[in-house]
Design a protein around this ligand. Structure first.
Ligand SMILES: Nc1ncnc2c1ncn2[C@@H]1O[C@H](COP(=O)(O)OP(=O)(O)OP(=O)(O)O)[C@@H](O)[C@H]1O
Ligand SMILES: [Mg+2]
Length: 255
């Protein structure tokens, strides 16, 4: 059964060409029709299919479109053209701190983020201890999140997102800010979810992690799907990427 279907997705962003320093300048330039934008394609006709039970990895250099694709799958961004369909409930771990209020304490944020994910207060009440135990942050529960390190925020986010046994878990690089012990714990939790039928879509710059966890991998290159297939084949090709050739390709495209 197909759980994620991304069909011929293109994503165009308008990038401001010149600097606008303040709102007044923005409106004056806008009224004059002097605001210049450059179109930029972050994804160019990308199609992927993820089957139930797959652990699907996305690899690619910085700026290749991985996070953009995850946001489209999670429904945070609407593609310019093409479609993305997900069959089932999604737990998105996309941007660190998304769905949190940094001025509130971790305790308050657990309820806030739970609500963002559609979980009831009663459900969070019943899972509160499990979330706290998994994140190992009991002593910091009443500290505002702005005083947390990025790894500590990631711990809370991962603990909340995985307490529900979602059909699809989407994780963007979030595990990389955790220390190695927590990463191991997250991987164990992911395996547990996978054995319960959860499908996983992850982005990581750690090829080791991709090779350990994934069965299928897609490689994005400047918004194009360069390769998609079994983990060993795609990772082998990606690891063989010649730095000079990649640089030349980038320069050629930017010309
Ligand atoms: N909201 C936006 N407006 C304009 N351009 C954007 C926007 N979001 C992303 N981009 C551009 O789209 C391209 C792809 O960005 P994306 O964040 O998807 O890359 P990535 O593969 O996740 O990179 P990284 O490995 O650094 O996380 C980049 O060139 C980026 O500048
Ligand atoms: Mg990214």
């Amino acid at each position: 059964m197909k759980v994620i279907e991304v069909n011929n997705v293109t994503m165009r962003f308008n990038m401001a060409k010149e600097r606008v320093d303040n709102l007044k300048e923005f409106f004056i330039k806008k009224a004059k029709g002097a605001l210049k934008f450059e179109e930029f394609y972050a994804l160019k006709g990308v199609s992927i299919e993820v089957e139930k039970g797959d652990v699907f990895g996305l690899v690619g250099l910085n700026g290749s479109g991985k996070s953009t694709l995850l946001k489209i799958v999670a429904g945070v961004l609407k593609p310019t053209t093409g479609t993305a369909k997900v069959n089932g409930t999604i737990a998105p771990l996309i941007e660190l701190g998304a769905g949190f209020d940094m001025d509130l304490t971790a305790r308050e944020n657990i309820y806030l983020n739970g609500a963002v994910l559609g979980l009831s207060t009663k459900f969070i009440d019943s899972k509160f201890d499990e979330i706290v135990e998994f994140s190992e942050l009991r002593d910091f529960l009443d500290v505002p999140l702005k005083n947390y390190s990025s790894g500590m925020v990631a711990r809370i986010a991962f603990a909340i997102a995985t307490v529900t046994k979602p059909d699809v878990l989407i994780a963007d690089e979030i595990l990389s800010v955790g220390d190695f012990l927590f990463q191991k714990k997250c991987e164990d939790r992911m395996r547990e979810l996978m054995s319960g039928g959860t499908t996983v879509l992850i982005v990581s710059h750690s090829i080791d992690q991709i090779e350990r966890l994934c069965n299928k991998v897609a490689w994005l290159d400047h918004g194009n799907l360069k390769m998609c297939g079994p983990v060993d084949e795609v990772c082998a090709a990606y690891k063989n990427l010649d730095p000079t050739a990649a640089q030349q390709q980038a320069e050629h495209r930017n010309r």
